[in-house]
Design a protein around this ligand. Structure first.
Ligand SMILES: Nc1ncnc2c1ncn2[C@@H]1O[C@H](COP(=O)(O)OP(=O)(O)O)[C@@H](O)[C@H]1O
Ligand SMILES: Nc1ccn([C@@H]2O[C@H](COP(=O)(O)OP(=O)(O)O)[C@@H](O)[C@H]2O)c(=O)n1
Length: 230
């Protein structure tokens, strides 16, 4: 069977990673969460005092630090889940907090940050057989991906999904704060100058507001089969 590249983009918290992970497991492909990489850079900034007291990024200092930021992924053998490592340290939990979510979009808007991460992402996909989710995968990272999906759902539904997820992990967060974060990130991600969030012309649009996890998984598997068997 031919190996392809699958790009899953879309708005925050709509289920991209869930869909991408499920599909990759089913078809034996590598799964990469590109958002985790932008989150890891943001965590690095928090830990290295690269935000000023007003919350602005110390851009030139971050530029100097870029060569010292190494992001890798490893499967946790106990849970079979993919964990993100920042300079050798497992940061999977830390990068999912609302603090990181509230700072990640301005970091992701910086051209030199995108340049460094996109290069690594392209390298990860050079042998194909990969599912990657994010904001610019079908437009900038893999413009020639054989299957491109663009996922959306209403902001309220997305915020509720993220709220439930954080509650289940025992993290305190208010629904209103999460809704604000989801809408604010969508705004910054769509309006930034470098590779803004937008649907690639040849991407298939999926509104999963009313789909269950298993319905969206089946839908995506059908899209994959259509491309590889056509
Ligand atoms: N169709 C769905 N119905 C209900 N919850 C969903 C659905 N798809 C994903 N979720 C849940 O929504 C939350 C956000 O999903 P995630 O895959 O992390 O989104 P994204 O990668 O787009 O930010 C997760 O807790 C996930 O389990
Ligand atoms: N390919 C990507 C992936 C994420 N991002 C940025 O990283 C942030 C976090 O991405 P994410 O996929 O973890 O976000 P969630 O939708 O999972 O909350 C996004 O809001 C974007 O600002 C990006 O700019 N490009």
């Amino acid at each position: 069977m031919k190996k392809i590249v699958i790009a899953i983009d879309g708005f925050s918290s709509c289920g991209k990673s869930t869909m991408a992970k499920d599909l990759a497991k089913e078809i034996g492909y590598i799964y990469i969460d590109s958002g985790a990489m932008y989150r890891a850079v943001t965590l690095y900034c928090i830990e290295h005092d690269l935000f000023d007291p007003d919350g602005n990024i110390r851009t030139e200092a971050l530029r100097q630090h870029m060569d010292e930021i190494h992001i890798t992924f490893r499967i946790d053998t106990a849970t079979q889940r993919l964990h993100t490592f920042l300079n050798g340290k497992d940061v999977e939990e830390q990068i999912r907090t609302l603090e990181v979510s509230s700072k990640v979009s301005p970091v992701s808007a910086l051209d030199f940050v995108r340049h460094a991460l996109v290069r690594q992402q392209q390298d990860m996909g050079k042998d194909k057989g990969i599912v990657m989710d994010g904001r610019d995968i079908g437009t900038a990272v893999f413009p020639d991906a054989e299957l491109k999906i663009f996922v959306t759902a209403s902001p309220q539904i997305r915020a509720k999904r993220r709220y439930d997820e954080l509650c289940a992990k025992g993290q305190k967060a208010s629904f209103e704060d999460i809704l604000h974060n989801v809408e604010e990130r969508d705004r910054i991600d769509q309006t930034r100058t470098v590779s803004p969030l937008r649907k690639a012309e040849d991407a298939i649009l999926l509104d999963n507001s009313n789909l269950t996890l298993s319905e969206q998984k089946d839908w995506l598997l059908d899209q994959f089969k259509r491309v590889v068997y056509e």
